[in-house]
Ligand binder design. Sequence first.
Ligand code: 3HC
Length: 694
Amino acid sequence: MIPKAPVLRETRVHVITLDNPPVNALSFAYCARLFAEIEAAHADDTVEAVVITGANGLFSAGADVNDFQHEPPDHPITIRDVVGAIESSIKVHVAAVDGNCLGGGLELALACDYRVATPDAKFGLPEIMLGLLPGAGGTQRLPRLIGARPALEFMLKGSSIPAKRALELGIVDEIATGSVVEHAIALTKGPKRRVSAREAIIAKDVPTQAAAYVVAQAHKMVPPEESGGLAAHKLIDAVQASVELPFPFGLAREARLFEELVRSEPSQALRHLFFAERELAKVPSFDSAQDDTGKAQHDTGKAQHDAGRIEKVGVVGAGTMGSGIAIAFAQAGIPVVVVDTNEEAVDKARQTVMGMFMYRVQQGKLTQEEAWKRAQSIEFTDDWSRLADADLIIEAVFENLEVKRDVFRKLDAIAKPGAILATNTSTLDVDKIAEATQRPAAVVGLHFFVPANIIPLLEIVRGAKTSPQTLATAFKLAKQLRKKGVLSANAFGFIGNRMIFDYLGEAVALAEEGVPPARIDAVMKRFGFPMGPFAMADLSGLDIGWQIQQGSGATALGRTNVLQRLVEMKRLGQKTMAGYFKYDKAVGKGREPIPDPEVERIFAEEAKKAGIAPREVSDDEIRDRLLRALVERGKHLLEEGVALRPGDIDIAYVYGYGFPPHHGGPMWYADHSGMPVILGEATEARGDEVVAHA
Ligand code: 3HC
């Protein structure tokens, strides 16, 4: 319920507080109540002006995304109605913004005559991230307020900006130093000032004539519609309408484009990811609670309450992974001690750390001073005792069970009671590592992806004895690091890599049937992956693939000896300038895959030996077989309980493996594309099973 708003008789200002926990989402139901309150304030002769503010630490997160998931009720009251009521009133309205003011929340504020914010307020129109465009007048009002070009840039990016930047852009009028509501009340004394009455401008101080042309040019800057750019193109069309059409017509165009997007497949996929991401930390049976039907209950409330604080972190190993992990923590403001006895590795890691922070300075993301401070928060040492006061210690040493067990034995003796010990293994058995300690409940797998400071996926691997509190802390940590923490059971390759083995295996199988690797990669890039399977294999190193293939539980990559032959030829991928492709320093700084007829010859030769006949394969078959390999393994992982939900797998693939977000992740895609997935067919043919580390 909206609390009874205080009517401040002395100033005759009616204060409305948006209060719909947790994020003051403007659902149809809530808008109906809000609309009624606004209309009542308009009808009340004793009320001269209205101030709108928010409870729960924010203004509003915008429209309720749940409302877009099903057919709307007949004639729902929406943000558009609320905004219309504000603008058609002769009374002055002021938005008093604290915390997040996003999407439809910002559109509501834009309909007010004035906007005042606290210094901590944040503004954003993130609709594009959901495959939508601002649909409550934002595309028409913002260009009129700050100029079409900056408005377009702001909406295309979708990220939030702080109050100070919003002031510079002209989105807010003033920043409040004291009470934001009092400040807003003072502003109600100003004249009525409708944004919609202004003429759209291209940018402040730039003549308007060229606006439509400049905006139309933006189509060339965004991805094509079929490659995830649908919402961007519609957004540009809407902004173009703002500079070409009178306000009401522009508004109608925006509404039509918005409705088209709500129904579009890319937006449905992105909304699925939005909700899947928010499910991640809801882990059933954190404390083995079960409901009446015997189903495990999602009891995250308690687990989050129990989550420990991580204020200091230790990392063992200063290699690529260790230094990437250290940077990730330093970026999140958590001090790190990195232990390594190899001086050469430490020198290299120091350079990587400095180089990384300097790069952020060049990008304008950090000041020199901030970069220096963050780099200084990483301490390199060869003294293990420096780990004694860390709340969490992550091992990032060589991928060998005995080496890791030794490290854990040592850590168990040094780490303070209550400290969490994490392994960054990608294939080894977390329980066997935990057994080396006296505290298996405090042992967890934290599987980062290279480069650890950039890739936003973190697999959280639950061992047989990992305690709910350790897991809860791991999820909290993922959030602090701005990573998507995906829970996996302790099984070979966990979720992401286990699936990628089958995907790469299928790519090799296609090449054995005579399809050139470059064509296979091109098909998957067209689908939306940033790189194809063979370029990906070259990037991670064919020796690593070969090593993993030798390990327990991995599927053989293909039916021939091609991989082994390439490894024997020292064609290990990008690092040796040759793998499935060749590389040339003069072409794309040595990172651009160049098709190599030699590799195609090896495939043909080995296929002949294995009795595999070359055949005609269509692009659709290439795409479907590769995706099916992912999906079938994904289904197995769900059946085996390695992955919790299809959405978890989708998040892992989108954020860890470059699966195109507008296709929603492999599991969502399989459900929505009509792709036939016959569970078990391909995997049974290969005769392999999910191998649980038990
Ligand atoms: N609609 C429905 N539910 C929402 C929501 C929204 N816009 N925003 C957040 N929620 C829900 C989450 O699903 C979550 O629910 P749960 O507790 O049941 O899992 C809860 O609110 C808390 O959200 P977070 O876990 O994300 O909380 P944080 O504190 O980490 O983040 C936030 C808060 C920054 C507001 C973040 O939730 C966010 O970015 N939300 C989305 C904002 C957005 O995209 N707005 C645009 C909506 S579309 C629109 O406005 C259309 C308009 O133009 C017509």
